[in-house]
Design a binder for this molecule. Structure first.
Ligand SMILES: C[S@@+](CC[C@H](N)C(=O)[O-])C[C@H]1O[C@@H](n2cnc3c(N)ncnc32)[C@H](O)[C@@H]1O
Length: 234
C-alpha cells in the first residue's frame, strides 16, 4: 500500500516528534499521524488513543490497511489515563480544544518528568492552554505556525521544566507564546489574535470600561509591532 502524505498541520506535528521516540497520539481519529511516523521509521511503535468507538474504528481500518498491527497499539480510552510513563516518550495531542488538552495533561502527573515531550495543536483556547502550561510548570520549547486547508494553526512543543516556565513572563505570552512574527504564517496568526482583541476592545468601549480598553489598546499596539516590523523586514 502506497504511503499517503500528511496535511501540513499534521506534518508539522510529525516534524516535532523525536526520531526513535515511543509515540502516543491522543485523539487519534484516523490514526494518520502514528501510521505515517511508524511507516517512515521515525517511531519504532506507537499507541493510538481515542475515547470514541467510531474514530478508533477508523484508526483500526488504517492500521490494518497499512499493515501496522504489530507496531501500533489501539486504545479505546480517555486521554492518557490508560498509559504509563514507560509507554511513551513523545505525546501528540492535536485537533481538539486547548482546555481539553490541559485537562488531559493534568490527569497524567507522570508526564511531569522533564523528559516527555508534548506536541500540542489546539483548535481553540490556545491562550488558556499556554497559561495553564506555564502555571503548571510546563515550558514551551518551540512554537510554529502552519497553513493547512486555508486555515492557520499553531503547534507547540512543551516539556515539564518549572524553572524555564517561570521565564515565560512577557505580556504577549498568553496570546502568541513563542511566536515572533518571523514567518508569513506567524504574522497571519498574530493578526487573527488581534482581530479577536479588537472585538473585545469594542465591547469594553461599549460598556465604558476604560481600564479594560486601555489594557487591550496596549496589547494591540505590541502585537501590531510584532507583525509590522517583521513584515517590513521580509
Ligand atoms: C478532530 S479529531 C482530531 C484527530 C487528529 N488528532 C487530528 O488532529 O487530525 C479529535 C478526536 O479527539 C477525540 N477525543 C476527544 N476527547 C478525547 C479524550 N479525552 N481522549 C481521547 N480522545 C479524545 C475525539 O473522539 C476525536 O476523534
Amino acid at each position: 500500500m502506497r504511503m499517503f502524505q500528511l496535511d501540513p498541520r499534521l506534518q508539522l506535528c510529525a516534524d516535532l516528534v523525536r526520531p526513535g521516540a515511543k509515540l502516543a497520539d491522543i485523539g487519534t481519529d484516523h490514526a494518520y499521524l502514528p501510521v505515517w511516523l511508524v511507516a517512515k521509521g521515525i517511531c519504532p511503535h506507537a499507541i493510538a488513543v481515542d475515547v470514541r468507538e467510531g474514530p478508533l474504528e477508523r484508526a483500526r481500518e488504517n492500521v490494518i490497511r497499512y499493515d501496522m498491527k504489530e507496531k501500533i497499539r489501539l486504545s479505546l480510552s480517555s486521554g492518557l489515563t490508560a498509559l504509563g510513563p514507560e509507554d511513551v516518550d513523545d505525546i501528540v495531542i492535536a485537533g481538539m480544544g486547548g482546555e481539553l488538552m490541559a485537562d488531559i495533561i493534568h490527569q497524567a502527573p507522570w508526564v511531569q518528568d522533564g523528559k516527555k515531550h508534548l506536541i500540542l495543536q489546539p483548535m481553540t483556547t490556545a491562550k488558556e492552554l499556554r497559561l495553564w502550561l506555564r502555571e503548571n510548570g510546563f515550558a514551551l520549547l518551540r512554537e510554529e505556525c502552519v497553513r493547512s486547508e486555508g486555515k492557520i494553526y499553531s503547534v507547540m512543543l512543551a516539556v515539564f521544566d518549572p524553572k524555564q516556565a517561570q521565564k515565560l513572563t512577557g505580556e504577549l505570552y498568553p496570546y502568541v507564546g513563542l511566536l515572533t512574527g518571523k514567518t508569513e504564517e506567524e504574522r497571519e496568526y498574530i493578526q487573527k489574535v488581534m482581530q479577536r482583541l479588537q472585538k473585545k476592545l469594542q465591547g469594553c468601549l461599549h460598556r465604558q470600561d476604560e481600564a479594560g480598553a486601555e489594557e487591550l489598546r496596549c496589547l494591540l499596539l505590541e502585537l501590531g509591532k510584532l507583525a509590522e516590523i517583521k513584515t517590513e523586514e521580509s
